[in-house]
Design a binder for this molecule. Structure first.
Ligand code: MIC
Ligand code: SF4
Length: 645
């Protein structure tokens, strides 16, 4: 039996375990990336591990999230990351050079290699044929130190693309269709592998839009083949020597398969407040629009921006609309500036932002109260824009640009002939905003600002665990709920005590105070708890507040790993209906939990308030069990290294 692409890359990188879906495996990581909002923590953890130089083929630290300097905090974090990178062998992409995923695709991604990134949209690299996985900062720190990355061997779902897109329909509409078909939980445990004749009709940036937003499916990652189109892209980036061909074997097996006829797709929209709440633009109707944001790691490539410029050329943005555009990288912005497309955007009335995440993560441009905002980014979770009452619709760059002119949500097919933008034969190459590391770590001073506070480390699991049910939340709670991010909070990513005041506040403003009053306790969650961002702050902050366990119907992959890395028990209801048997404020106990985790056996939760007992489950690999017993990955790593001495 032949292998699919995911299996081929995993086989080449396998360190331990068997390539059978559901088994615990570990793989060698060739490249890592961090961004600043998760990076500060990742490098503090890397320093705590104590390895002088990274052992990867290439590690890059990007500054793209916290680029608003409203105080000293962000600038201090940037200096810390710049100096720690220089010391330990990491390339440093300076603020202004662009969004990590866009720049990595352009300048560093290599087909067939593994990439681990402390950002959930790391799968963007799948567009160039990498196995690119998002993870918590601590996992990335371990990988930088040469440690393997542990994961559950995924199943592989083949998405067979047939036909080709009609004018005005674009890659964003393809991934919105996949989300419509599969939902935000549908990818959990899977790699999504794209195949079929339709693949050949898509450029690398278009493929990257699709793999990027595969994160919203909950998938481990998404991947495209590496073919002649990949080669052309790398050639245009003057990196042809990085190309290798990568295809699934003709007789490769897949766990599941779906087919999408590209020629049958029409412009789509994800309505508030979930990326899988998908409908056609046509059905959704001509909603009045207040703001349009075109950018983010999903849709900020040269091709996207040129398409937008062509739509805007010679027109004016509707007077009731604020149009903001953030080109994805310095390369893109510079090329637009040189060829006049930037002038077309400015002339039409667009507000140009620096190449960074910006509005996507609520770093500025929060819409007005109750506003309708059309955005080309990947997440429309409630409040993520910085305005809780805003209604965020996710659309393609084409739909966004045309709607900005019309002032209402508009199907781009009504505009006449669509612009056809080919990829340039040569991109503008100038890596002068990427700093190479020092040759040796000796003598490089790491600069730490006063905002950098120590991070919490757990203690070994106690024999019995008890506490109060501090909060009970519903399904699909995101890490944006657990640890919100916006212009006010992002500067404090290296200050866990400060962030703890905002934990789960979108669900219940009293949560932090209640957690403190009770000295910690339990969180009760619904299905897919912790979807979205990879931020491990969504585990570190509850840890700081004394949370011992999260009991949910099910968990999202990265968040569950982050909970285990922090030594917090991720427990699931054996019978989902038992979710109804716990209320906020109930006194809960897990007697003999340490022994049960050590030896196996049924976990029983006593609800002392109600006088009931509920069976719970936990899915842990052997290594994760040791981590939970030790009180998290750092303690576990220390125990391991003591054992070796
Ligand atoms: C996001 O899109 O939510 C972020 C901000 O990029 C996060 C990382 C973070 O919270 O810092 C992600 O996707 O992992
Ligand atoms: Fe940045 Fe938004 Fe992409 Fe996250 S999703 S990396 S915040 S642009």
């Amino acid at each position: 039996m032949g292998l699919n692409i995911a299996q081929k890359i995993i086989e080449k990188h396998l360190v331990s375990g068997k390539m059978l879906a559901g088994e615990d495996i570990s793989i060698k990581i060739d490249q890592t990336l961090t961004q600043d909002s998760t990076g500060t923590m990742a490098y503090l953890q890397f320093e705590a591990i104590g390895i002088p130089r990274v052992k990867t083929e290439k590690s890059v630290a990007y500054i793209d999230h916290n680029t608003l300097q409203t105080g000293f905090e962000n600038a201090d974090d940037h200096k810390y990351i710049q100096t720690v990178a220089k010391k330990h062998g990491i390339f440093f992409s300076r603020p202004g050079n662009g969004i990590c995923h866009q720049v990595h695709l352009e300048r560093f991604g290599i087909p067939g290699k593994t990439l681990l990134g402390s950002d959930s949209h790391t799968p963007t690299g799948g567009g160039i044929g990498m196995l690119a996985i998002g993870a918590g900062g601590l996992d990335v720190a371990v990988a930088m130190g040469g440690g393997a990355y542990h994961l559950t061997m995924p199943k592989v779902k083949r998405v067979n693309l047939t036909g080709s897109l009609k004018p005005w329909v674009s890659a964003k509409d393809i991934i919105l269709e996949v989300l419509r078909l599969m939902s935000v939980k549908g990818g959990v445990g899977y790699v999504i592998e794209y195949a079929g004749e339709g693949v050949r009709t898509l450029s690398v940036p278009e493929r990257a839009t699709i793999t990027n937003m595969g994160a919203e499916l909950g998938a481990t990652t998404s991947v495209f083949p590496s073919d002649e189109i990949t080669k052309e892209f790398l050639k245009a980036q003057k990196r042809e020597s990085d190309w290798t061909a990568l295809f699934a074997d003709a007789d490769a097996a897949y766990d599941e398969e779906i087919t999408i006829d590209l020629s049958g797709l029409t412009p789509l929209v994800a309505k508030p407040h979930m990326p899988d709440n998908v409908d056609t633009v046509e059905n959704t109707g001509k909603i009045k629009v207040d703001q349009v944001f075109i950018g983010s790691c999903t849709n900020s490539s040269y091709q996207d921006m040129m398409t937008v410029a062509a739509v805007l050329k010679g027109k004016s943005v509707h007077p009731d609309v604020s149009l903001v555009i953030g080109p994805g990288s310095k390369q893109v912005l510079n090329m637009l500036a040189l060829n006049g497309a930037l002038a077309d955007m400015i002339d039409a009335g667009a507000r140009i932002l620096e190449s960074a995440c910006g509005p996507c993560i609520g770093m500025g441009q929060s819409p007005r109260t109750d506003a309708v905002s059309l955005r080309t980014n990947n997440r429309n979770f409630e409040g993520r824009s910085g305005t809780t009452s805003a209604q965020i619709y996710i659309v393609s760059p084409e739909t966004a640009a045309i709607s900005a002119i019309a002032g209402v949500l508009t199907d781009p097919r009504t505009l006449g002939e669509a612009p056809v933008i080919a990829l340039p034969k040569e991109f503008l190459i100038n890596d002068n905003m990427v700093d190479a590391p020092a040759d040796s770590h000796a003598g490089v001073e790491v600069v730490r600002g006063p905002n950098i506070k120590p991070f919490p480390v757990n203690v070994p699991l106690a024999p019995d665990v008890s506490g109060t049910a501090l909060i009970k939340v519903g399904d699909n709670i995101t890490t944006d709920h657990i640890m919100p991010s916006n212009a006010k909070l992002l500067p404090y990513r290296s200050n866990i005590p400060f962030l703890s005041e905002f934990c789960l506040v979108p669900c219940d403003p009293q949560f932090p105070a209640r957690a403190k009053e009770h000295g910690g306790g339990f969180i009760i969650g619904g299905a897919n708890y912790g979807q979205g961002s990879s931020r491990e702050h969504a585990a570190l902050v509850p840890l700081y507040l004394g949370v011992k366990a999260v009991i949910a119907k099910s968990f999202a992959r990265i968040h569950m790993a982050n909970l285990i890395n922090s030594g917090i028990l991720p427990l699931t209801f054996t019978n989902e209906s038992d979710y109804d048997a716990i209320d906020t404020g109930d006194a809960l106990a897990l007697d003999d939990i340490r022994q049960t985790i050590e030896n196996g056996g049924e976990i029983i939760l006593s609800n002392r308030t109600k006088g009931t007992s509920l069976p719970l489950s936990i899915t842990l690999s052997a290594r994760q069990r040791e981590m939970i017993l030790a009180g998290g990955l750092l303690n576990y790593t220390k125990l391991q290294s003591e054992g070796k001495e």
